[in-house]
Design a protein. Sequence first.
Lengths: 92, 120, 139
Amino acid sequence: MRKVIAVLITLGITIILLIGSMDLPQFGIEDTPTNNDVTKYYIENATKETGATNIITGVILDYRAFDTFVESSVLFTSAIVVMIVLKKEKSK
Amino acid sequence: MERLITNYYETASIILFGIGFATLLLHSNLIKKIIGMNIMDTSVMLFLIAKGYIQGNVAPIIVDEFKGVSEYVNPIPTSLMLTGIVVAVSTTALALALTIKMYEKYGTIELNEILEKGDE
Amino acid sequence: MKDKILNTVVGNLIPFIQIFGIYVILHGHLSPGGGFAGGTIIGVSFILYRIVFGKEFSQKKLKFSVLLRFVTIGVCIYGIMKGYIFISGGNDLHFPQPPLGTPGNIMSGGFLLPLNIIVGTVVAVTMYFFYCLFEEGEI
C-alpha cells in the first residue's frame, strides 16, 4: 500500500515537471535569455583584465572568487564535522 | 510535445530525477536511500549545465588567437556548477557518517527494524 | 610474494601520478583543469599509498596534525587575499598586485596561481581525511 502511494507521488511530480518544461527554448540556438550582455562582457574582457587564457578559470577565480571561497570553507567544514561525529567514546 | 523530444537533455534529466526520487522512497535500506539522493543531485546538475550549449561553437579556451565574441560556448553555467558538485560530495559524506553511528547503536540498517526497536 | 610485487609497482608509480597532478594544478589558467581536478588527483595518490602500505607507514609520513594545519592556514590566506582584492578593486584604488605578464606563460595572471594551489591543497587533504575516517575511527 505504501509502495503504491510512493510510485503515484513520483509519477505526479515527474509529469508536472515535464509539462512545465515544454515551454523551454530550443536546445542550442543563440538568442535565449541565458546568453545576454554579461556573457559577452566576460568573453571579451577576460584575457585583458585577468591574464588567463582559460576563460572558466578567469571567471571562477577572479570575477566570482567569493563563491569559490565559500565552497572551500564548505569542504573544510564537512571534514571537521565528520571528524566530530565519528569520535569514539572512551569506555572506562 | 515535439519540444520534449528535441530537448532530450532536459527530458532525460527530469526522468533521472524521478528515478532517484522513487529510489529514495521505495527501499528501506539506508545505503540505497543515500544512492537515490546522489542520483537526484547529479540530474539537477545535468539540467543546468545543458543550458549553456550553443551549436557549432567551441569550448571557451583561447588556443592561438581570439576568434570573436560569438564563437565560444557560454562559460557561466559551468563555473556555477563546480560549487554544486562539492556540496553534493559533502552531503553524501555526512549522511554516510551518520549511518555508521546508527549501525553502532541499533545493530541493523533496515529502517523498519530501527523504527520497531525505537518503540520499545 | 604478492606483497613484494604490489609494493614495488605502486612505489614506482605514485611519483608519476603526483607529478601529473601538480602539472594540472599549475597550468590551471592555460588549459582545462584547475584547482579542483588537480587536487582530486593528488588526493587519490595519497589514498593509494595508504591502501597498499598499511596504517603505520602512512601515519608516519602524513601526520594528521600537520595536514590539518595546512588546511586551516590555506583557508585563512585565501580569505586575506580575497579581502585585499575586494578593498582595492571595488574602490578603484589599485593597490600593488603580482604582475599580469603576457597571457601564455605560467607566471601570469596576478592572483590566479596562488589561489589555484590553495584550492588544490584543500581538496586533496579533505579527500584523504574522508578515507581515513571511514576506514577506522579517528582520535
